[in-house]
Design a protein around this ligand. Sequence first.
Ligand code: AMP
Length: 395
Amino acid sequence: MLVFILNAGSSSLKYQLMNPESQEVLASGLCERIGIDGRLIHEANDLKIKKDLAMPTHKEAIAIVLESLTSGEGKVIDSIEEIDSIGHRVVHGGEYFSESVIIDDDVISKLESLVPLAPLHNPAHIIGINICKELMPTKPNVAVFDTAFHQTMEPAAFMYALPYDDYTNHGVRKYGFHGTSHYYVSDQASKMLNKENSKVIVCHLGNGSSICAVQDGKSVDTSMGLSPLEGLIMGTRSGDLDPAVLAYLMEKKEMSAEQLVNYLNKSSGLLGISGISSDLREIIEASTNGDEKAMLAIDMKCNRIKKYICSYAGILGGVDAICFTAGIGENADLIREKVCSGLEFMGVSLDKTKNKVRNSENREINTEDSKTKIFIIPTNEELVIARDTYKLTKV
Ligand code: AMP
């Protein structure tokens, strides 16, 4: 069984070819600069092949990927007939989808109706799905949604305190994102806890970051909202703000609504505060050289994470495990240490030596006597996509 996993963005796409049963990744890669010029990075057979190739549209990009899987030094299969099914990462499933689905015309029309809520993402996913249907017409396609895991949130968690009609007429509510990662990590955590009823807080800290409170395997609250802009301070996104700031900035800086959304998404967060980079490694380096804005950016990021952890511990009525995942969560011991420090009152005690150990395993980094476990769990969204695709399409 082989699943082709596709994550189609507006000018890029990521892919993997995986056997969901053995978890073996045969190939993975990335097409960048689609619609501009085109660049392929294909990893297979212990090789990393980089090529500049014309990709005027996603169609050429996907065709190039399929060719790379079946020919040349990055070849891993003889023909695309060996691919059994295709799993698509889809950012926004709105309230329609609380689990992964086989894609048919009805699913596509629902994805189209959600474009106003995910204008940057869903159009690219629809393009990716249509091209796969065209290039591999006999293969089933499955959609795996970033929002699906959070559909278990109760209204008290997902509603905004706006007039109720904004929800019923315009779908204004918290949807939450990174659901595939939060599901995977919380599931791993409950296995590590070996406990039937568990209260887990997952900190997915990457360039995009969000936190999720998970009770008995179900998302009860999460920090991202209508869009992935709400919540934590991210690489270039502001996260939470006083909404009054928006109108104030629009007036003072003579910005349109579109410019403002762009500003909050692309020029804010760690990049905006530090003026250095959206990449935490560069900010940590600057802070060790005494850069005050870099130090401030780190302190602000950690404070925000801590606020969410404490509020979610309150919502859950306690916490069995705090989990760190994604680029920052898995690798940045400094951030984990700053986040956990001061949380001793709620039974969180970090083992500073274990915190510094680097590997790619699931691991426990709390002290022996810590009431709350602290886990590092490398996320694996692709595995969830491959498994869901396999489950839905196996004959
Ligand atoms: P992701 O979006 O999950 O790929 O995570 C990207 C983020 O992880 C970037 O901000 C990187 O700077 C950060 N990151 C990756 N490795 C490290 C590291 N060793 N130390 C600190 N931050 C890291």
